[in-house]
Write a protein that binds this ligand. Structure first.
Ligand SMILES: Cc1cc2nc3c(=O)[nH]c(=O)nc-3n(C[C@H](O)[C@H](O)[C@H](O)COP(=O)(O)OP(=O)(O)OC[C@H]3O[C@@H](n4cnc5c(N)ncnc54)[C@H](O)[C@@H]3O)c2cc1C
Length: 386
């Protein structure tokens, strides 16, 4: 029997590719290998579960068994690939050597935690980047048997969404970040402040413009010593300080990688023919987007390429909808710093247009009632990978 097409990773990129592939080719042997539970779930829903009081298993659309049955693949869960041998076209998993015909790396990105987490508080400090992480955090919070006091470190998309969701779920939330306003990479500061005000009005404690110096055990609590000398205590800490593409496997095998991910061309092919990458781990033609729309476009293009129709990927203008119902936010951040932001609005409802030197619209950000301008503005914004 010929070696299978092998996909490493069962996130939205890995399973999304398998789904697109099966729409074009029902026969080709495919093996999907994943270090996690292999559940098919939409990661963006993880930061909406507390408000809806959904247990973690309600967030999974399909078990790995159903993925294997419905998409006709061998699915191996809780299986970590340890090395890729390009010369023999095999993967190393313990003592096993698994041959592949073509290989797809969809290994995602891992939380980057910029400070040490002392062992004494390890069981109370979490990052949530997959369903297994969510199960662990959810279980510990539920076990308190009362609303928890959760300190969230990091005010990017993941930190802000969990802050809003946990507050809506009845928990006490503090949000700590070194930037002066939430969503610093998506919003110009006045719009970030508008989100911060909505959070505070709803009862969240904001410690912005201040970093975390150290975490420590404080009885049953976790103590957070902040670098302005202030101090917070919480039952649990959620660290949401960004993600780093998981490039180690690729790098050890000799593929071209950088801090931005595994380098691929527009065909999602790495520096080695027959080896592809997509999703949060991939830096496609110089860009790593780390959002759903780019990975869906990549899965479609790569499925065509793998079935004999070489297809370069392009990303349209994709506005990010931030799930903060306390103050809705939509942003299409410009690919390079704008010459100016033109900001209009009041009372939390803002439109900010990012313009180039010659006055072209190169991105935008919207808050409150202005989010309804999303479609109109996305129509005239440039594609990020055209
Ligand atoms: C809380 C949250 C909310 C989000 N909301 C939005 C949103 O609203 N809109 C949006 O566009 N984006 C959102 N994102 C981002 C989006 O979800 C991600 O871009 C996307 O899910 C990444 O998918 P992926 O398959 O590339 O990576 P991952 O989901 O990280 O999957 C990586 C897979 O690789 C496996 N793996 C890694 N290493 C190995 C190994 N050595 N061996 C075997 N398997 C391995 C892992 O087990 C996992 O199955 C959100 C992210 C988070 C965390």
């Amino acid at each position: 029997m010929s070696a299978p097409l092998t996909i490493i990773g069962s996130g939205m990129a890995g399973i999304g590719l398998l789904r697109q592939l099966r729409a074009l080719d029902a026969q080709r042997p495919v093996t999907l290998i994943t270090a996690d539970s292999g559940d098919d779930y939409a990661k963006p829903l993880l930061s909406t579960g507390f408000a809806k009081r959904l247990p973690p298993d309600r967030l999974a659309a399909r078990s790995p068994l159903r993925v294997a049955e419905q998409l006709g693949a061998v699915v191996r869960t809780h299986t970590r690939v340890e090395a890729i041998d390009l010369a023999t076209r095999t993967l190393q998993i313990g003592a096993e050597r698994l041959p592949w015909s073509e290989l797809v790396l969809a290994t995602g990105a891992a939380p980057a935690v910029p400070f040490p987490v002392p062992e004494a508080v390890g069981g109370r400090v979490f990052s949530i980047n997959d369903l297994d992480d969510y199960r662990a955090f959810h279980g510990t919070l539920e076990a308190l048997g009362r609303p928890g006091r959760v300190a969230i470190i990091g005010a990017g998309l993941v930190g802000c969404e969990f802050a809003n969701d946990l507050l809506a779920g009845g928990h006490e939330v503090s949000l700590v970040a070194p930037e002066p306003a939430p969503l610093p990479r998506l919003l110009p500061e006045p719009l970030g402040r508008a989100l911060g005000e909505a959070f505070e009005e709803a009862g969240m404690l904001l410690s912005l413009g201040v970093g975390v110096r150290a975490l420590e055990a404080a009885g049953a609590d976790v103590g957070l010593a902040l670098d302005d000398g202030s101090y917070l205590e919480a039952d649990l800490v959620l660290v949401a300080t960004g993600l780093r593409p998981r490039t180690a496997l690729a790098e050890a095998a000799g593929l071209a990688v950088s801090a931005a991910g595994i380098h691929t061309d527009r065909h999602l092919t790495t520096s080695v023919p027959g080896v592809h990458a997509l999703g949060d781990v991939a830096c496609v033609d110089g860009m790593n987007a780390m959002y759903v729309q780019p990975l869906q476009a990549s899965a479609k293009a790569l499925a065509l390429t793998l079935t004999g129709t070489p297809t370069p990927v392009s990303y349209g203008p994709w506005p990010v909808v931030v799930k903060t119902p306390l103050r809705p936010v939509v942003a299409l951040p410009p690919a390079s710093p704008p010459a100016r932001w033109r900001i209009e609005g009041e009372a939390g409802n803002f439109t900010a247009l990012a313009e180039s030197e010659d006055g072209r619209l190169i991105g935008f950000a919207l808050t409150g009632a202005c989010v309804r301008r999303k479609v109109e503005l996305a129509r005239v914004a440039p594609p990020l990978l055209g």
